[in-house]
Write a protein that binds this ligand. Structure first.
Ligand code: FE2
Length: 239
């Protein structure tokens, strides 16, 4: 009964995003299901600036169906940087799908998030054939796997999350999971993982403005969630 009346705080008005870093965004155009052209890239950049971000890691998909290479992405990135006149610092990384072609990509100069992290994801519906083995191979190459939006993987349950954390893997929350943008289940799982203190970093995973912009501007959280989010944003700075 009480929770119905618990005070909510606007993330935007709280200014916790001010000067902060986004570690996951699909802003680079024409390379995945994110921005379609440079104009859309610039609109996304402008929106994140307005939200308060000042450092952005651009993380296009790399997977069997999206055949981006480190070299091709670097070229696209340079061309965006050459037309961008905003205030954010831009960096290039990538979001690697743990699929059959993944291990070959580890040998091909992968795009790291920061000094040592490799942002990885799996299918939302079913686990990859050798999840453990692939994550281990990331370590063996000297990188640190960061698992993107674990709250969105429908096949994962409490034990899976606990096992991954026990093995030392880090989790990146999608901020908008907390709004219900991806549905009720990811929202409930995100809230639970947050309560268990399992998240290490937070990203927008922004692809398009449309509904996302409106929902992000209106995102409000309870006090504890807001404090946890602020902590994760502070951790983002160390990436
Ligand atoms: Fe993503």
């Amino acid at each position: 009964m009480f929770s119905l009346f618990r005070k909510r705080y606007s993330v935007l008005a709280s200014e916790i995003l001010k000067g902060k870093t986004d570690v996951h965004a699909h802003i680079l155009s024409g390379v995945d299901d994110g921005a379609r052209d440079t104009q859309q890239s610039l609109e996304l950049l402008q929106f994140l600036e307005q939200m308060g971000y000042r450092t952005l890691w651009l993380t296009p998909h790399v997977m069997e169906d999206v055949r981006n290479t480190t070299e091709s992405l670097r070229k696209c990135f340079e061309s965006l940087v050459s037309v961008y006149q905003g205030v954010c610092q831009l960096h290039l990384a990538a979001e690697y799908m743990l699929d059959a072609g993944f291990e070959n990509k580890l040998d091909a100069d992968p795009l790291l998030l920061g000094k040592e992290h490799l942002l990885v994801e799996t299918s939302y519906f079913s686990p990859p054939v050798n999840l453990d083995g692939m994550l281990k191979s990331v370590w063996e190459k000297g990188y640190r796997p960061l698992i993107a939006h674990p709250e969105r993987y429908e096949y994962m349950g409490e034990e899976d999350y606990k096992n991954l954390k026990r093995k030392g893997y880090e989790f990146q929350l999608n901020i908008m999971s907390l709004s219900g943008y991806y549905g009720r289940r990811p929202k409930a799982v995100a809230e639970q993982l947050m309560e268990w203190g399992m998240y290490d970093y937070v990203g927008t995973d922004i692809h398009h403005l449309d509904v996302y912009q409106d929902m992000f501007e209106k995102l409000s959280l309870g006090k504890e969630q807001l404090m946890t989010l602020e902590h994760l944003l502070t951790r983002n700075e160390s990436i």
